[in-house]
Write a protein of this length. Structure first.
Lengths: 296, 294
């Protein structure tokens, strides 16, 4: 058996089942999605279905709901990724030190990662709630507020608190990748810097940061994608409201399809999301290539 | 060096690290503690100002109401309450089936990358990685239409197939590294003993890379267990609704009792939480290797 087949044909035979699954379940749907996006197609009115070329896409340029949602998504990504990277780096640096209870903290870091997005949303609802929330309780007992606040009722409040809920959920991922990066830094570099009388900040700037540059970029890219496609937490926490304060482009797309059954326009939305993700993916794959992760 | 003798120096660094560690620990634990505390409270008690930080009296009534929905706690949102046991079962079946199907499909592909030199292997590996990047929202509509065409809406298959497509790339990436770590000599020895490929895999390669199989299985189980958007589109009854769908039903129902909602959330997080606690080390290893999250 081994000698009859060349490695290449054996390899492709072995990849055939996985490739078939991916062609059928990912590649075909993406292509089909583009085809659907070229149609006026509402499931509630099958008789009106017809080919309209790029009209759905041209319509997006003057679709206020869509343009607003792109803006909301962009701000959401900025806020979530920014806070996640700063907190993630701080937590990774702490975990890289030795202290009592480090093992416990390392286990705790994985807690948010295990949390399904929906439950994350539920959990933060119980924390932010205007009548029963823990945040209100804490702030009141600390004397920082006089009476309970409805944190999710204002547009800015809802947006910021939803972003913070998302940060909690995605933080472990950043921490673990950054911690893995930190452990690869040779101790000799720090020793050398100490001999050169470099202070703590200087050591961070001149040893830690350059070594962490690559893991940081990977975290930035992957967290950007995560935040851009975030759906579960937002859906449960605010449902896109109040008004359209937290209606990201992913949320809007789902509403278009589930509420208005407009699969044609929904597909056009989805394709814009695909294109934006594609640009980010290319950056990511390019980075991995440069690091040599693809040498097989 | 400083002129102050070492033992008189205030260990600023240690203090800062310890304080930060405590703050981060509280940040990670307190929100989760709060939903657990709520799930153990009586509904009227959670409306006190300031809140009871420790549920008193504590109760398991909210959890009992899932198996006995006629209980007093379940007057509101009783439909979601009654559906919860089914959803737990559905989630368990779908997630387990996804993990198994992933291993079967993934083992072959991963082996080819770890042992065979072949043209296009780098490109193929990249194709798998890019598949992983495709946002669910981009394929949900055609996937829904396809499942409708195949008459698979509201069945386990619709969910298992979609989750397999999410988890397969990660499975392949994780497994290939574990397979590569198996000493080639062991395989050669088995071959000298006239073991065929399947026999060699079964009795040599797979047992040695058991941690990798477990890591891949845990990842795909969690992907399937936690997924919400596809389940929202593809399920419509207790025949296939999963836990996240039910938990979201609680959340979007304005009349929901907070305590019951909290209990459903805790139930939905328990299986992945237990898996993560048991397989911590493997998961961290896999996360760093695969660099992927669902």
């Amino acid at each position: 058996m081994q000698r009859q087949w060349s490695d290449t044909s054996r390899a492709y035979a072995m990849n055939a089942p996985a490739m078939a699954a991916i062609l059928l379940l990912v590649a075909y749907p993406i292509g089909y999605s583009f085809w659907v996006s070229l149609h006026r197609d509402n499931l509630a009115q099958p008789a009106l279905r017809r080919f309209i070329g790029l009209d759905n896409y041209l319509g997006l340029l003057s679709d206020p709901a869509f343009l607003t949602s792109l803006g909301v998504s962009a701000l959401f990504v900025l806020l979530v990724v920014g806070v996640t990277v700063v907190l993630g780096l701080a937590l990774a640096l702490v975990l890289n030190e030795t202290f009592l209870g480090r093992g416990v903290l390392r286990s705790l870091v994985l807690l948010p990662w295990a949390m399904p997005g929906v439950v994350n949303g539920l959990m933060w609802r119980t924390v932010f709630d205007a009548k029963t929330g823990a945040l209100n309780g804490v702030l009141l007992q600390l004397g920082l507020i006089d009476s309970y606040q409805a944190f999710l009722a204002s547009t800015t409040g809802a947006f910021v608190f939803t972003a913070m809920a998302q940060v909690w959920n995605t933080l472990p991922f950043a921490v673990i990748l950054l911690l893995a990066g930190l452990t690869t830094i040779p101790n000799e570099l720090y020793d050398a810097a100490t001999v050169d009388r470099a202070g703590l900040l200087q050591r961070f700037r001149e040893v830690t940061l350059p070594w962490l540059l690559h893991p940081l970029l990977i975290v930035l890219i992957l967290e950007t994608m995560n935040a851009f496609r975030a759906f579960d937490t937002i859906y449960v926490l605010t449902g896109g409201g109040p008004g359209d304060a937290t209606a990201t482009v992913a949320l809007l797309t789902v509403q278009r399809v589930l509420t208005y059954t407009d699969v044609g326009l929904g597909s056009a939305y989805a394709w814009v999301i695909t294109l934006i993700t594609l640009v980010v993916s290319i950056a990511y794959v390019g980075l991995l290539y440069r690091r040599g992760s693809f040498e097989v | 060096m400083s002129t102050i003798p070492l033992r008189y120096r205030i260990p600023w660094k240690k203090i800062v690290v310890t304080v930060l560690a405590i703050v981060f620990g509280l940040y990670l634990v307190l929100p989760f503690y709060w939903i657990v505390a709520m799930s153990l409270s009586y509904e009227p008690d959670v409306y006190t100002v300031p809140p009871h930080w420790i549920p008193s009296p504590a109760t398991l009534d909210n959890y009992v109401s899932f198996v006995d929905p006629t209980g007093a706690q379940a007057l509101v949102g009783s439909r979601a309450v009654a559906e919860t046991p089914y959803a737990l079962g559905n989630s368990m079946i779908v997630a387990t089936a996804t993990a198994l199907l992933n291993l079967v499909l993934g083992v072959f592909a991963a082996y080819s990358f770890s042992r065979l030199r072949f043209r296009g292997s780098g490109v193929l590996l990249m194709v798998y990685l890019i598949t992983r990047m495709v946002p669910g929202i981009a394929i949900i509509i055609p996937f829904y239409l396809l499942m409708r065409e195949l008459d698979l809406l509201d069945t386990y298959w619709a969910l298992i197939l979609s989750y397999t497509s999410f988890a397969l790339p990660v499975t392949i990436w994780v497994l290939k590294d574990f397979f590569r770590a198996v000493p080639r000599e062991l395989e050669d020895a088995a071959r000298v003993d006239r073991c065929g490929w399947f026999r060699t895999m079964w009795s040599v390669v797979l047992p040695i890379s058991a941690p990798g199989l477990v890591a891949a299985a845990v990842f795909s189980f969690m992907t399937a267990w936690n997924e919400f958007m596809f389940a929202l589109f593809l399920t419509s009854s207790t025949a296939s609704k999963t836990m996240p769908v039910i938990a979201a039903n609680f959340a979007t129902d304005l009349n929901t009792q907070f305590t019951v909602m909290a209990a459903s959330g805790v139930l939905a997080v328990l299986p992945p939480l237990v898996l993560v606690l048991i397989f911590q080390r493997l998961i961290v290893q896999g996360m760093a290797a695969g660099s992927v999250k669902g």
